[in-house]
Design a protein around this ligand. Structure first.
Ligand SMILES: Cc1ncc(COP(=O)(O)O)c(C=O)c1O
Length: 399
């Protein structure tokens, strides 16, 4: 036996173990009330309908449904129609199906960005976005995000204007993870305009827009993209089920061959069985039927969380008031440290994600992300009650 390790690539050195994944593991302990995860409500996952879709596909398509396959054309067509209804005119051949939005982001970062090159992300953002930029050794140019109005586009322009142009920028336009905020229509148009003016590809990561509590989502940034500088990344995780692991990229048609090659280097293709079952689900017109009760439940849960925060933390903390999505972002007095408090929270059988998990520099230590979608209202109230006990102890100890 040799006492040597294989040497690893430079890219691996940049990747951080996801705190989020570690914390999510807690969500499975039934004695812990987890406000930590980003899971859609389990009781609203379309179990019966999806089982029936799988049966239909297996009966109808037989062994073909279990084979290697190309991208499933009926699903590409459904996605193209859906994007069309949102103001993005694309042909089905321009829809590239991925294994979830995260794979879409990983593919695009490999397409557009080399290690050492500049990339723009939001200062506070989903760790998966950090992984495909800082995690690939990019030179980072983070921009601030306002809790009321979303990404700071003046800062975006300043980051674009520097002598070395960034190779890409990534924004989450709707019900931001973790901040809960959305961009106005004006800001979407402006963002597309900046990408065009400075020639910087803008990746629009949009898993949440269909989770508006009421009304129609705004058109995506891609709808304003006349210069073909915006890459839209969609996902079925939150609008159907995370376990289908399917999403899509809409980019310039001319780049599909390169996207295909990168994707094939990763995992060849998405499961044709699941693509067919999802296409069957939407062929049954199940889109609105599935989302309606989910949106209503999310809204009730969000209102419960906001009321509980007001009851226990009014005057002490500030928080976002989202009109959709899955998350509320709460900020406590500057000197508090939600990371340090976390073990005590777990002792009190409640979990959240410390704010520092969403920044590259470990700032936002006084903030936390709270999920409202995967707990019933009573559990949300109990969870915030437990949190107030943790924080009460903290205040008493003068820490
Ligand atoms: C902003 C954002 N982008 C991408 C993803 C990954 O989504 P998917 O499950 O489709 O890979 C998530 C998941 O929570 C997310 O919040």
């Amino acid at each position: 036996m040799h006492d040597v390790m294989p040497s690893m690539s430079r890219e691996v050195n940049h990747l951080k173990r996801s705190v989020l994944r570690d914390l999510l593991a807690l969500a499975v302990d039934p004695t812990i009330i987890s406000l930590a995860g980003g899971l859609p409500a389990s009781e609203f996952l379309p179990l019966d309908e999806f089982r029936s879709c799988l049966e239909t596909v297996l009966k109808r398509d037989g062994a073909e449904a279990l084979q290697y396959s190309t991208q499933h054309a009926p699903l590409q067509e459904w996605i193209a129609g859906y994007m069309g209804r949102r103001g993005v005119r694309v042909g089905p051949e321009q829809v590239f199906i991925t294994n979830g939005a995260q794979q879409g982001l990983a593919i695009l970062s490999r397409l557009l960005l080399d290690p050492g090159e500049p990339a723009v992300i939001e200062q506070v953002t989903f760790p998966g976005i950090q992984q495909v930029t800082a995690g690939r050794g990019a030179q980072m140019r983070p921009i601030p995000t306002d809790l009321e109005s979303g990404a700071d586009l003046e800062a975006l322009e300043a980051a674009f204007r520097q002598e070395t142009r960034p190779r890409l920028a990534i924004l989450v336009p709707d019900f931001h993870n973790p901040l809960g905020v959305s961009l106005s229509a004006e800001k979407r148009a402006l963002a597309a305009g900046l990408a065009a003016r400075y020639g910087v590809p803008l990746i629009e990561d949009d898993p949440y827009s269909e989770l508006a509590f009421s009304g129609q989502p705004l058109p995506p940034i891609k709808a304003y993209d006349e210069a073909e500088m915006v890459f839209y990344v969609g996902s079925f995780s939150k609008i159907l089920a995370p376990a289908v692991r399917l999403g899509w990229i809409i980019g310039p048609a001319s780049m599909t061959p390169q996207i295909t090659v990168i994707r094939e280097s990763l995992d060849l293709e998405s499961s044709t069985l699941l693509q067919r079952a999802v296409a069957e689900f939407y062929a049954r017109d199940a889109f609105g039927r599935h989302l309606q009760p989910l949106r209503a439940a999310n809204q009730e849960r969000c209102e419960t969380l906001l009321a509980a925060l007001e009851e226990h933390f009014g005057g002490l903390a500030r928080w976002s008031r989202p009109s959709g999505g899955l998350f509320v972002w709460a900020r406590f007095p500057q000197e508090w440290d939600t990371f340090a408090l976390f073990p005590r929270a777990v002792e009190h059988r409640v979990a959240y994600i410390p704010g520092a998990a969403f920044t590259l520099d470990g700032s936002q230590r006084n903030a936390m992300r709270l999920n409202f979608s995967n707990l019933r209202p009573q559990a949300i109230r109990e969870g915030i009650q437990r949190l107030s006990e943790v924080i009460g102890e903290h205040a008493l100890s003068g820490a």
